[in-house]
Each structure stands twice: as C-alpha cells, then as structure tokens.
Design a protein around this ligand. Structure first.
Ligand code: AMP
Length: 281
C-alpha cells in the first residue's frame, strides 16, 4: 500500500492509475477504523483495481463544543487494517495540507436535506462535510466513492451534491455493519462505559420496532416515533427520532413510499446515531 500525505502526490498517483486503465475506488474516513470501515474498503476492492482510503479528521465538521481534539486517532492500526482489507493507497494529509489558508473562505452548502436532524443539532456540520468531500473528490478525480448507510443524512447530502454539481463520481451506498447485539459500529463507541454499552443496542431494537409498526399498517409518523422513543433505554438522552422520506428527508404524512427511521441519542459522552429503512408499497 502506498501512503501519500500531500495532495499533489495523491492526485498524480491516482491520475496515473486511471491512465493505466485502472478504476479508482475512494473510501473517505476519519480513521479509528472498525469493521464498518473495513466493509467499505472490501466493497471498493471488489469493484476497483485501485482502492484509496483517506484518513483525515476534518476540523470543519466539528462544532466548537464537539470532540475534535479527543476524537480517537489510531493511524498505525488504521493503515494495517486498510491494507489487509485491500486498500492500495492511503491518503493521510495534515490539517495544514488540506486547509493551508485559515479561515477557509469557500464553503460547499447543500440546502434542504441538511436542515433537519443532524443539521439542526450540529450547525455547520454538513457544510464541513460537503466541503471536505468536495476537496477529496477533487484530489481523487473520477472514481467510485463508498459511503456507509450508518450516516444516512450524510449519504443523502453527498448524493445530492454529486448530482447538483456534476462530480465525476459514482456514490456507492454500503449497509451498516453492526455488533452481534445490533449496536451500529462507530468510532465513538469507545466512549461508552460498560452500562452505556449495555444500553446502547436499545437504539437498534427501538428502530426495528418502529419498522414493524409500519409493516403492521401504522401510517401516523407521530405514533411510530413514539413507539421508537418508548423503547430506547432511559439511560439515554434522546436527541431526535424521525421517520421521513429516505431521499429528501422531508416529512411524509401519512407514511408512504421509501422511508427512513433515524435516531440520535446521547449515552454519557457518546452521541450515537442510527437508522433503518422501510418501504410502504
Ligand atoms: P467516519 O470515519 O465515521 O467519518 O466514517 C467513514 C465512513 O464509514 C462513512 O461513509 C461512514 O458512513 C462509514 N461507516 C461508519 N460506521 C459504519 C458502519 N457501522 N457500517 C458501515 N459504514 C460505516
């Protein structure tokens, strides 16, 4: 696996790969890799000859009171895991390399989809995400880019941005990888105490019960979200529970079409998010 820390080297190498007829798979991450990230790299390796993982904790997407400084950083282990799973390139720029001129004056903002849920609770978060992903796409060039459904709203925002701005990039959504008890894998799960870890799978159980209610015929979103809320362990501080159109993230009343149930809740220091899909035919 080749490792590049500068934009120029990474861009030059990937341009060369395409010139040689090799397709490029891109897996953007913030590191602290786990089995969820590994599944993205494996999928990228199954689809492409060249697989570039980016590892960059992006300051622009963290709020002033969020965990940018304490976010887990495990670069050596990340590089080993990425290579084992089939990455051929690791792009690991410094903050200075990505943002030489601070403050950053150019911002990519996607309207609408970013308004509810994470966008409402984390002002500026999605601008930070869409701006860094734009930079990564500009560095990588034409590619397939692999994103986890775990961050559903992020996936919706990036997919829309790619269509709106005609990036030469195909977005490939990948299913959420879970622990055996249903907890979605997350780099932030390391913040959980033993009691919080035991309570955290209630998020996925509650979402599953919401899906079952819809499948039984419930069409009132308020009733569905009440069921989900009632099943989340009381140790958690629930931030939101929503059931919305899967692509636009807009409310649908009565429930119909391709839907997504999404939840965010704080378990002590860890703010966890999760989501599941359901279709009403
Ligand atoms: P992050 O490092 O948290 O920014 O995540 C990098 C990529 O991995 C994003 O596309 C995430 O959606 C994806 N990802 C994170 N956790 C999971 C998971 N449990 N299953 C599948 N993909 C994931």
């Amino acid at each position: 696996m080749r490792q590049f820390t500068t934009i120029a080297e990474a861009r030059g190498f990937l341009d060369g790969e395409r010139c040689a007829g090799r397709s490029v798979g891109l897996v953007p991450t913030m590191g602290a890799l786990h089995a969820g990230h590994a599944s993205l790299v494996r999928r990228a390796a199954a689809d492409n000859e060249t697989v570039a993982i980016t590892i960059f904790v992006n300051p622009l997407q963290f709020g002033p009171n969020e965990d940018f400084d304490s976010y887990p950083r495990t670069l050596e282990a990340d590089l080993a895991l990425a290579e084992t799973e089939g990455a051929t390139v690791a792009i690991t720029p410094t903050v200075k390399e990505m943002y030489p001129d601070r403050p950053v004056r150019t911002n990519v903002a996607v309207a609408g989809i970013t308004a509810p849920m994470e966008g409402a609770r984390r002002p500026g978060h999605f601008d930070g995400v869409s701006t860094v992903v734009t930079k990564l796409f500009n560095i990588a060039g034409p590619c397939h880019a692999y994103f986890g459904e775990k961050d559903w709203q992020q996936l919706a925002v990036i997919s829309r941005m790619v269509r709106d701005l005609s990036f030469p990039v195909t977005i490939v959504p990948c299913p959420t990888v879970r622990e055996a008890d249903g907890l979605a894998m997350s780099s932030r799960n390391v913040y959980l105490t033993e009691d919080e870890r035991a309570a955290a799978p209630s998020l996925h159980r509650a979402l599953t019960a919401g899906v079952e209610a819809i499948e039984r015929g419930e069409r009132d979103p308020k009733k569905v979200t009440a069921i989900v809320r009632s099943l989340i362990d009381p140790i958690a501080d629930v931030d939101y529970v929503e059931v919305v159109d899967a692509a636009t993230l807009e409310d649908v009343v009565p429930l119909a079409g391709v839907l997504r149930l999404l939840v965010a809740a704080r378990f002590g220091k860890a703010r966890l998010i999760d989501n599941v899909g359901v279709t009403v035919r």
